[in-house]
Write a protein that binds this ligand. Structure first.
Ligand code: ADP
Length: 261
């Protein structure tokens, strides 16, 4: 059976093709002001990478912020459900998923089959999301993906006191002008982000095993900071990019629907 999941996120769009229960391809690209075209493009790239055509694919599920724009999908489903399912597929013992995307953060609890039980979400404020890190990286004139290399467990973090990411950006610029070193600033920023994410997760209730999904999970410093705040040990996906977990979940759920409709 061949199915696909297309996750049109606020910042990045992801597509996954699953063949007979195995991930055959995964594509990540930037989201755009034309989500219909972006969805089509990443879907085509994922089909090419998996050596399949639309005719070979039995069922497609669209998910994410722009899921209603995935015109070629057979169905669309909330990314909250898809992240739970994708995370459970990769680590069946998972019960809590912390998803940090570009524009929101979610803590999700799932049952032993990966079905959604409950969730809490912050989509009102950029602090605690990928946007926060992006703004801070911009003011440091580095790429968000390069921030990780400045993280060190041993370094003394500086305090970022602004709750608002716009003010935090000015704070970072002032710290740079005062000659504070990047590792100290980066650690301060990751601690600030992890405090936000940890209090959100505590509102849900954190039950082992816990994983992180979404683009921000690629920063191992964020994972460590959250582990320290929540006093837990996160499970890591072995070689799977945490950013494609929602699209993977969508492709797996597509297999459930295929043949039933
Ligand atoms: P969405 O679905 O909301 O678009 P994603 O889960 O695709 O979100 O994640 C996008 C976010 O991840 C962006 O804010 C981006 O800056 C961030 N991101 C991507 N790669 C990294 C990285 N290596 N380290 C930290 N953040 C990252």
């Amino acid at each position: 059976m061949v199915t696909a999941g297309v996750d049109v996120g606020s910042t990045a769009s992801k597509a996954v093709v699953v063949i007979d229960g195995k991930m055959a391809s995964q594509i990540i690209g930037p989201s755009s002001t034309n989500p219909k075209r972006t969805a089509q493009e990443i879907f085509e790239q994922a089909m090419t990478a998996a050596c399949v055509t639309r005719e070979n694919i039995q069922y497609v599920i669209g998910t994410g912020y722009g899921r209603t724009q995935v015109e070629f999908a057979d169905k669309n489903i909330s990314e909250i459900t898809c992240h739970g399912r994708g995370a459970h597929f990769l680590i069946p013992s998972v019960r809590t998923v912390i998803d940090i995307g570009g524009q929101d953060t979610k803590a999700i609890s799932v049952d032993g089959q990966g079905n959604l039980l409950d969730f809490v979400m912050n989509d009102k404020c950029a602090a605690g999301t990928g946007r926060f890190l992006e703004a801070m990286a911009r003011s440091m004139e580095i790429a968000v993906g390069d921030m990780e290399q400045y993280y060190s467990d041993d370094c003394e973090p500086c305090t970022i006191s602004s709750m608002c990411s716009v003010f935090a950006e000015s704070e970072v610029i002032n710290l740079i002008n005062d000659g504070v070193q990047f590792p100290s600033i980066v650690k301060g920023l990751l601690l600030s982000l992890s405090s936000r994410v940890s209090s959100l997760s505590r509102r849900l209730g954190v039950i082992d095993d816990v994983v992180m999904t979404g683009g921000v999970a690629k920063n191992s410093g964020v994972q460590t900071a959250i582990e320290n705040k929540l006093k837990i040990s996160l499970k890591r996906f072995n070689g799977t990019d945490p950013q494609i977990v929602g699209a993977l979940g969508a492709a797996l759920i597509a297999a459930d629907f295929s043949g039933k409709e």
